[in-house]
Design a protein around this ligand. Structure first.
Ligand SMILES: Cc1cc2nc3c(=O)[nH]c(=O)nc-3n(C[C@H](O)[C@H](O)[C@H](O)COP(=O)(O)O)c2cc1C
Length: 313
């Protein structure tokens, strides 16, 4: 029998836990970039994925904004989809039974225009079998009510978190907006209000203008910037939030490789979400999982959790 490389026989444990929920590995598909998971079932092995977040679900179906809803930019993209989704009830009846065929964690991303909307969505989703956690989207920049309007105020975000926590039958992740002056202060208020975990960041408000028509290139006017361009901003924010809260963090923003994901983990994240990169490389989640495993094996790290918050230690 050939002698194995020592690195190969080291059992690298990529599993992580968020609010008492175990994940096979820390790689999660980000909301709005992973459909309802099923869209990726023929492209990747969903059973290898740590989990995925659904597109933002509202109590009733939403059509979203008219086109153009996406614009490519240097190192990223701007989007203003307007939260198009099938609605929480249709998600439970039509999507969940198919999703349950796969062995991966399902995180339902929840959106509302008002506190009552959010509560109604959670009430409906509480009946959905196979959802592991909720992710409260209080940071969508592409709507005039709800979303970012709540996420930009520590008091409003804390109030909504408290109500959602009371109603939720599952652990609650709250997704933070980067479009704020002091993300650490808002993170503290949300955790104090009962959030079980935080995910960050959502997109950064931007704008692109058509120089021929003198009009914004997105029908909504502004949009949310995502992709590699935002990665360093997101890493900095995870690092800042990790200094002031002890709740688990999920790092999001511009991940396109295992090294990008590792920066978040070292900055203090327990897990990561991958969004925009799925659009140009549908295999990216699998590549990041393999890359994390290789990195750990080469460095003799037996549990990826050892790296969380390893900065400057
Ligand atoms: C087209 C598109 C749609 C999105 N829809 C949602 C959404 O419904 N809910 C949400 O919380 N975040 C949504 N996001 C934000 C992403 O989940 C993620 O936070 C952000 O894009 C940064 O990660 P990335 O740079 O890897 O894309 C969306 C992003 C994009 C690009």
């Amino acid at each position: 029998m050939p002698i194995q490389d020592e690195a190969d026989i080291l059992d690298t444990n990529l599993s992580v836990e968020i609010a008492g929920v175990g994940f096979r590995n820390p790689v999660i598909g980000a909301s709005g970039c992973f459909g309802y998971g099923l869209e990726f079932s023929e492209l990747i092995d969903l059973n290898r994925l740590g989990g995925f977040c659904t597109k933002g679900l509202s109590a009733r179906p939403l059509a979203g904004h008219p086109p153009a809803r996406i614009v490519e930019t240097h190192g990223g993209m701007l989007n203003a989809i307007g939260l198009q989704n099938v609605g929480a009830r249709a998600f439970i009846e039509e999507k969940l039974p198919l999703i349950r065929r796969y062995d991966t964690r399902v995180i339902a991303n929840v959106f509302g225009y008002s506190e009552e909307d959010y509560m109604e969505t959670i009430r409906i989703l509480n009946d959905g079998e196979g959802i592991s956690l909720y992710e409260l989207n209080i940071s969508c920049p592409n709507v005039k009510e709800g979303g970012i309007v709540i996420g930009n105020s520590a008091a409003a975000a804390a109030r909504l978190t408290e109500s959602a926590r009371r109603l939720s039958e599952r652990p609650l992740i709250v997704k933070l907006s980067p479009n704020v002056t002091n993300i650490a202060e808002i993170a503290k208020a949300i955790v104090a209000a009962g959030a079980d975990a935080l995910s960050l960041i959502n997109t950064i408000v931007g704008m692109a203008i058509d120089v021929n028509t003198f009009k914004p290139r997105l029908s909504y006017g502004t949009g949310g910037l995502s992709g590699p361009a935002i990665h360093p901003i997101a890493v900095r924010m995870v690092y800042e939030v990790a200094q002031v809260v002890s709740a688990p963090l999920i790092g999001i923003g511009g991940i396109a490789s295992a090294m990008d994901a590792l920066e978040f983990i070292i900055a203090g994240a327990t897990a990561v979400q991958i969004g925009t990169a799925n659009y140009y490389d549908p295999l990216v989640t699998m590549k990041v999982i393999d890359g994390l495993s290789d990195y750990c094996k080469k460095r003799g790290i037996s549990r990826i959790g050892e790296l969380t918050g390893a900065t400057f230690n």
